[in-house]
Ligand binder design. Structure first.
Ligand code: SF4
Length: 313
């Protein structure tokens, strides 16, 4: 069953006189109790999509389309209603915990604040809940009086997970939760998030550029390129039968598949190439690819691809 449905979402903004089309007609669904991965190169618009869902973007951003969460269009809601939804219904783990955590508040107080704001709880009760959350993510609750600088990168990420899940949201958005971590810590964090979302029946939108992480965690994958979704399929189909040439390149860039990344630069979101945005880098490019823009079409049940190789099949 659908929990979040994004329809024809456009997120554009003006950057030094140029219109940046960070999300340009996104259609995406996250179902109840599923882990949906959003993958793509840095700068393809995936972080902006994660923030757009809960409208955590600056005022100069223009939105169009719909973001339906449990029947409500989040793009039509006033800010006070959105503030209640953030954290309570939709939790978020932001990139870079060192920057996201408040350096002058103890980690316990940062978690307690969530309970006090949303649950109108007394300080003592909020502190007890915060200690329980720390324990749940594998941190000794006695450390709740310590400050972010006293924690390692992996431990700070655990605090972010505790904050994201504190109010038991229906949906958790995790933006690059393993970025910058060493391989052993990365595996522990992946395992922790998977275990917690399953236990708490939380759906997860995992934003990552790391296909190895997506492979371990996701039920389905949406591949993003130049502000658009170019393929959606189950993780099994993506790994065994990737359809879009860019998805094939992403897989070929994995160490176990030969470390052959896509040649060329990812395009500018303010002046993408004509026709298919991927055409300058595509090994299968055809004449029509430079002139016409492909649409996302269903190639088989559960698989959608944006590429002329599959249109009319
Ligand atoms: Fe390549 Fe053309 Fe498909 Fe784009 S539409 S991915 S350029 S074959």
């Amino acid at each position: 069953m659908s929990l979040l449905k994004i329809q024809n979402l456009k997120v554009h903004f003006n950057a030094r006189g140029k219109i940046v089309k960070a999300n340009n007609g996104i259609d995406l669904e996250v179902r109840e109790n599923e882990v949906m991965g959003l993958i793509g190169e840095t700068g393809c618009g995936k972080t902006i999509l994660g923030r757009a869902i809960i409208r955590l973007l600056s005022d100069n951003v223009e939105f169009a389309g719909k973001i339906i969460y449990k029947g409500e269009d989040l793009l039509c809601l006033p800010e006070d209603r959105l503030r209640k939804i953030r954290g309570k219904d939709i939790g978020i783990i932001l990139q870079n915990p060192s920057a996201a955590l408040n350096p002058v508040l103890s980690v316990g107080d940062q978690i307690s604040e969530i309970y006090r704001y949303h649950g109108d709880m007394k300080k003592q009760e909020a502190g007890i809940r915060a200690a329980k959350m720390l324990e749940m993510v594998g941190i000794d609750p006695k450390r709740m009086y310590e400050y972010p600088h006293q924690f390692s990168g992996g431990m700070k990420q655990r605090v972010m997970i505790a904050m994201g899940l504190a109010l038991n949201p229906g949906l958790l958005i995790a933006d690059e939760p393993t970025k910058g971590l060493d391989p052993a810590t990365k595996d522990k964090i992946v395992y922790l998030i998977c275990e917690l979302v399953k236990k708490r029946n939380t759906s997860l939108l995992l934003i990552t550029h790391d296909l190895g992480v997506a492979e371990k965690m996701c039920d389905r994958i949406a591949v993003m390129y130049a502000g658009e979704i170019i393929e959606i399929a189950t993780i099994g189909n993506i790994l065994s039968h990737p359809k879009h040439p860019y998805t094939q390149d992403l897989l070929n860039s994995l160490p176990k598949r030969g470390l052959n990344p896509t040649v060329g630069e990812s395009p500018s979101l303010s002046s993408p190439p004509s026709g298919c945005s991927f055409h300058p880098r595509c090994k299968c490019v055809m004449d029509e690819c430079t002139k016409k823009h492909p649409v996302l079409v269903e190639t088989e049940k559960g698989t959608n691809v944006r590429c002329f190789l599959y249109e009319g099949n």
